[in-house]
Design a protein around this ligand. Structure first.
Ligand code: PGA
Length: 258
């Protein structure tokens, strides 16, 4: 570990050498929460960033070192109208990448209702499910190169809740790398809101690679702004822990003062 910095706003930043250390530190944070409260409610992100963390969690679960049997997982987002059975669903992807590899009870996995007939009502109901559960104990999040968190794209307000959103063109373009090219890449999604995430008792933001360096600088070094939704996470103060590898942290003022 290269070092942990506590900001004037109270949040902490750990800079680690590479993505594999980031994955191990993030997996430790999740394991600590489950050790303290085996019935904790957590989120994990989708995308390439968490894949290493998923491997660590799956290996630890196989060795019996981490127990998900009482844990609850709330999914963060999915494309609108795409069901988990669809090969392009983010929920389906999360199922294959993590859920099927750990001993979580599928009944305790809450899926974003992206195929509901009335998405606005279903999004509201998802929020109610989350509050009925007592809220999130830990939100592990990733960040897009445009500063999005979950599918809260630039423009998202700090108090936004679970809702249907239009995806930014760069997010649609990024998604096309994953999508079956026989169908158009969706440009709408349902996502948990920034305000929803800010209520989590702990937030861990994992960021890796040069492609994220400019967004991380905007998120942490510049004034908080809807143009960089990840910057709102600083409102969580000491409840926010950012884990970035050296490449992602390379533009931060703590690394390059002045
Ligand atoms: P990535 O996606 O981990 O594949 O970079 C992160 C995101 O867009 O939220």
């Amino acid at each position: 570990m290269v070092g942990m910095i506590t900001s004037a706003e109270g949040w902490t930043l750990t800079i680690v050498p590479d993505a594999s250390v980031m994955s191990a530190v993030a997996a430790d944070a999740l394991a600590d929460v489950l050790r303290a409260d085996p019935g904790a409610a957590v989120t994990v992100p989708t995308g390439r960033t968490p894949l290493g963390m998923f491997d660590v969690l799956a290996a630890r679960a196989a060795r019996g070192e981490i127990d998900f049997s009482q844990a609850t997982l709330f999914c963060l987002d999915d494309y609108l109208g795409v069901s988990p059975e669809d090969p392009n669903s983010l929920t389906g992807w999360l199922w294959r990448s993590l859920i099927a590899r750990i001993n979580i009870d599928p009944a305790r996995v809450h899926v974003v209702p992206a195929t509901a007939d009335d998405p606005a009502q279903a999004a509201f109901d998802y929020e109610r499910e989350l509050s009925a559960h007592g809220g999130l104990d830990l939100a592990v999040l990733g960040m897009g190169a445009n500063g999005h968190v979950a599918f809260n794209e630039p423009g998202a307000a700090a108090d936004s809740r679970t809702r249907v959103v239009d995806l930014a063109p760069e997010t649609v373009a990024q998604g096309s790398g994953y999508w079956d090219d026989t169908i158009p890449v969706p440009d709408r999604a349902m996502t948990v809101g920034v305000g929803t995430l800010l209520e989590a008792r702990r937030i861990v933001l994992i960021v890796s690679g040069n492609a994220k360096a400019a967004a991380l600088r905007r998120a942490l070094d510049e004034p908080m702004s809807p143009e960089t939704p990840a910057s709102w996470l600083r409102l969580a103060g000491p409840r926010l822990h950012v884990i970035a590898d050296e490449e992602a942290a390379s533009e931060l003022s703590v690394v390059r003062p002045g």
